[in-house]
Design a protein around this ligand. Structure first.
Ligand code: UDP
Length: 361
């Protein structure tokens, strides 16, 4: 329980409705942040796109919604692209509402990697804090994040140290990791000889490498996730022999974890500096060891020999060769590592420490 209950407004991603999967890991982060801070006695309001649903565990939060057109995702543009605001855009509508309602809150929390909320930070009377959701993908956003950091770095938190290193920060970063409701993930002791891969089906996620590794091993690769880029998905399918990939679609957490838990190992192959890597922890929570590139958040989450194996980035033969070592690990050790390091309660405590320090309380 918190020493002092805070009234918090959490502004969600301007990409997709909550529950659609279009917001990627931010949807899970929001659910964990809101449920975790509610459990600690704080008052939470969520502001998100029209059609959003409050995730499980967040029922005691208030939900406000705005209509509007999605932001184009930054990771699919050139690094030097200018900031875009589409006609009837959702992003400025979310922030118009947040600015209008700010007096009713002790702090506003932004979960989106977008120029506008960072730029607004020094303009608002109510403290605006940011849990930065991505590594560096756009020069305009990176520059405004660096400006906020110079003005008052306490307003910024990051998921991992590796992610934070992408940004120009005068002080050591606040790293809050992420949190998982472990009751939602069942431990599976006896897997099938199946490899798994989970993520948005988009080039930055590097599915083609996992598919090639599975093909090298003559193993089947079950793939879960939202097809964000159908042409890319078709190219990956065509790059390996028919039947290598078993497309399972985008599933809600309850079904995803039940299927994912039956994998012998998860392959995680991002091409970008993944801010965290929710799916890595979700697999481990089910007892599934992870073979990942030594890059981004997964490079921090995977403890070689404990919950998986790390290999040099983009080295597909090394990825394939590391699978046997991962499969030999004690699956219970994967789950135990998650229980110790990534529980929702521990995440909420880290968030609360950050909030209270940023608010000078
Ligand atoms: N996810 C899901 N169902 C699926 C596949 C993925 O709910 O079938 C979720 C997964 O639980 C995770 C998110 O999608 O929370 C992906 O987050 P991650 O941090 O791995 O990557 P991002 O999409 O944010 O780049």
């Amino acid at each position: 329980m918190a020493a002092e209950a805070l009234r918090l407004l959490v502004v969600s991603t301007p990409v997709g409705t909550l529950g659609s999967g279009k917001g990627g890991g931010v949807e899970l982060t929001l659910a964990s942040l809101v449920a975790g801070l509610l459990e600690r006695g704080h008052g939470l309001t969520v502001l998100a796109a029209s059609g959003s649903r409050l995730p499980a565990g967040c029922e005691r939060a208030r939900l406000w919604t705005c209509p509007g057109v999605d932001q184009p995702s930054w990771q699919h543009q050139r690094r030097d692209a200018p900031v875009q605001i589409p006609v009837n855009a959702l992003l400025p509508r979310l922030w118009q509402r947040a600015v209008a309602e700010q007096a009713g809150f002790d702090a506003l929390i932004n979960l989106a990697y977008d120029w506008l909320p960072f730029w607004l930070t020094p303009q608002l009377a109510t403290p605006l804090l940011h849990l930065v959701s991505m590594g560096s993908v756009a020069e305009a956003t990176d520059a405004v994040i660096a400006e906020v950091a110079r003005w008052d770095q306490r307003r910024l938190a990051f998921h991992t140290l590796t992610q934070a290193k992408d940004f120009q920060l005068p002080e050591p970063p606040v790293v809050v990791g992420n949190g998982f409701d472990l009751r939602a993930y069942a431990f599976c002791a006896a897997p099938e000889p199946l490899l798994g891969w989970v993520g948005r089906i988009a080039p930055e996620k590097g599915l083609e490498d996992a598919a090639r590794a599975a093909a090298l091993l003559g193993r089947r690769l079950a793939v879960w996730g939202l097809v964000e880029d159908p042409a890319y998905a078709a190219a990956v399918e065509a790059s390996v022999s028919a039947g290598t990939i078993d497309w399972r679609g985008f599933l809600p957490t309850a079904q995803l974890q039940a299927e994912l838990g039956r994998c012998a190992a998860l392959l995680n192959t991002p091409k970008w500096n993944e801010a965290y890597g929710n799916v890595v922890v979700e697999a481990m929570a089910c007892g599934v060891p992870v073979v990942a590139y030594r890059r981004g958040g997964p490079g921090e989450l995977v403890q070689p020999g404990v919950n998986g194996q790390l290999v040099p980035p983009d080295d597909v033969p090394a990825l394939a060769a590391a699978v046997a070592g991962a499969e030999a690990l004690d699956r219970r050790g994967c789950r135990t590592w998650v229980e110790r390091s990534c529980s929702r309660a521990a995440f909420a405590e880290r968030l609360e420490r950050w909030l209270l320090a940023a608010l000078g309380r």
